[in-house]
Design a protein around this ligand. Structure first.
Ligand code: 5GP
Length: 114
């Protein structure tokens, strides 16, 4: 599996604005935010795309979702609401091939589309 920029962030080899970290995952602000709040939740286990996630690895994505919701509650915008997104491959717009969950919040968000 090829190393991505997110692997370097996980290893603290390059800087990132980290907002949460535990033994399973790391969360940091997106370098090109698409909303007032845009945080990426990245597992420390190597999984390139959602297509590569094995059935016995489902807890990896569950932990990302729980960490995102916990962050929203801690930061006080959980009740206002937020969006979580995972992009997969070309048509999904994935550019970094280590799975990650986008948390977008801080303003009413547009509907999905192209
Ligand atoms: P994807 O398009 O793969 O779903 O999302 C990748 C995200 O990573 C993009 O929103 C992009 O702005 C963000 N990103 C790419 N490189 C870096 C980086 O070096 N640092 C941070 N914090 N975010 C990055």
């Amino acid at each position: 599996m090829s190393e991505t920029i997110f692997h370097k962030i996980i290893k603290h080899e390059i800087p990132a604005d980290i907002v949460f970290e535990d033994e399973h995952l790391i969360a940091f602000r997106d370098i090109a935010p698409q909303a007032p709040v845009h945080v990426l939740f990245v597992p420390k286990t190597d999984v390139a795309t959602l297509n590569d996630l094995q059935p016995d690895q489902s807890a990896i994505v569950g932990r990302l979702a729980v960490a995102a919701a916990d962050y929203a509650k801690r930061e006080g915008f959980a009740e206002d609401g937020y969006r979580i997104v995972m992009n997969c491959n070309g048509h999904g717009g994935q550019t970094v091939f280590q799975i990650h969950l986008h948390l977008l919040a801080g303003a009413p968000l547009g509907r999905f589309g192209t």
